[in-house]
Design a protein around this ligand. Sequence first.
Ligand SMILES: Nc1ncnc2c1ncn2[C@@H]1O[C@H](COP(=O)(O)OP(=O)(O)OP(=O)(O)O)[C@@H](O)[C@H]1O
Ligand SMILES: [Mg+2]
Length: 601
Amino acid sequence: MRRKYGRRYEWFRLHGVGFTILPYVERDSVLSDFSALLASVKEGALLARRLWRNYVYGNYAFTASEMDFYLKAPAGSQIPYFNAERLGDPCRPIARRLVNPLTLELSNGSLARVLAVHRYPASLPEGFLYTLFSEASEIAIVFREVERGKAVSVTEVARRRRLTSSFSRVEEAWEASALEELATRVLAGSSLYEFYLLLTLIDGDLKNLSSREKRVKAIIRGYGIDSEAPPMQRELYNLSTCLGIFCVEKHYADSESIKALFPLIDEELHDSKGVFLGVSGTGSPVLLDLWSKPNFNYVIVGVTGSGKSMAAKVFLKRLRELDESIVYVGVDPESEYTRVAGLIGAQAVEIREGVKLGLDPLKLASSGAIGLGQVADLLIELYSIPRRLHGVLRRELFMNSDFVDSIVEFTYSVKDSDLSKHLQGATVPPDSLVYEGTPIALPSSVVFGLRNVRSKRLKAMISALISIYAYNKLLAKAGRSVFFVDEAWLFAETPSIMGLFENIARRGRKHGVVFMYVSQRAEDLARTPQGRAVLEQSATALLLRQEPQGLDAVREVYKLSDVELDFLANAPVGTGILKAGRKRLTIQVLPTQEELKEFST
Ligand SMILES: Nc1ncnc2c1ncn2[C@@H]1O[C@H](COP(=O)(O)OP(=O)(O)OP(=O)(O)O)[C@@H](O)[C@H]1O
Ligand SMILES: [Mg+2]
């Protein structure tokens, strides 16, 4: 793409973010990125567009719109914002001919009309452009940074002109003070941009196009904006970066005031290789690809009966339909998943008390599955070792680990009689049975059901050891895989086990292991540092209905607004808020009839 005086441009694809329901701090950081993006390229064009696509899953069929975003920037630009990728042209239809001075015919047969905005109010709500997508197919901002010396004189002149005129309307006074502020910022070093805001309307016939134009003009007039379709449609449609010479009125904004025009808003979740989970608040399908997020942790929290396990099972089943090479390991304290393991392509293993399991922490340590420090943490918790003996235990473990190869042997080798007494429980059933024997083979995906293990302590202990064992045996080698724990609140009061889960989550990232953590009682999780870390460090979180204490916890961790809290307090089964990377949307999880039947408890 060449401009008259030889400047070359290339296209980048940008990722949109959720915006309208973000808390203010996060909005500010998004807007700072936006202004940094403009500053890093200095000139070009931003294009936001809405495309329509048909989507089908089982008995659900949708026509859903998707947003995509492009930046035309000087060739060779480096853009570390909004996941910019060099992906070539956005493949827009070509402007074929003028049907009349204000209407283009495009190469796909549809008609287009581009409106240029020519009057702005003193202030605009941030993110308002998103509301125009009900009518506009594309919104573009063509921009260029004004050279410093000129920027200062332009703002000075504008300010002087404003200050010497008298205001007949309140709006004018506002404009003047906005201009005053802008001038102050520019003098203090803020960049000034010359820009054009273009709205492209596309429709099949002229009459519809004209009614669209009327509607969109009415919407933006509500914001105090005026627009017109100028008789140079081809240049506007092509986002020519030298619009100034075509006599479209220039407008100026600095890096602060331009934030209101932030266009990279995408409130839907349509990850390209995503699993269909249900529909968003706007009725659009939600497609989630956990591997496209900054980390692979996925938390599902909600009160009992809010639809957590259903959401988890539906996700696992459909993920496997997309990619049957994915491996699962699940810890299932209530043996809910083992019942339907076949449907998610996993083998079910029911753990029973009184059976040897071969899960010796020292054996796990010698195979590298776990560090000796973690073995110590586990023993401290399992056998309530008093603080005064912690140092002794660690020392003995580090010194003896090369000479003994089981916890039972270790217990007998301990020299400190006080410590030895505390560890006696390890040498007799039920604990010794957990340690003795050989662990089960793990040929492929497996779900461990623990319903028959009655004692809560034993349940937690076996869950932890089995997780470590399975994780190392299977997941670290398997490429893409999912490790999931349901009823995870059972472990919330056992910090060493929470610590192990957190450790698995952290190590899993390197190996493509998704860590899916399903729990009621968000408040219990938020109370311990380890549980809190799990909540905070999950790029993806599905928040279902919460009761008051849970609401407090999720509000604090996810910085939810009052509107969102209200929504969660009253959310029907399967409905909630999905946070995925930088997006946040309301969602209704939709099982098919078969799934509802099979997965209901
Ligand atoms: N998305 C949904 N749409 C319709 N019905 C649902 C949905 N999710 C769950 N249900 C119904 O609600 C019941 C409870 O759901 P589920 O077992 O997922 O709850 P849960 O949050 O895991 O509860 P618990 O904490 O007790 O395990 C299911 O048996 C099913 O009948
Ligand atoms: Mg459940």
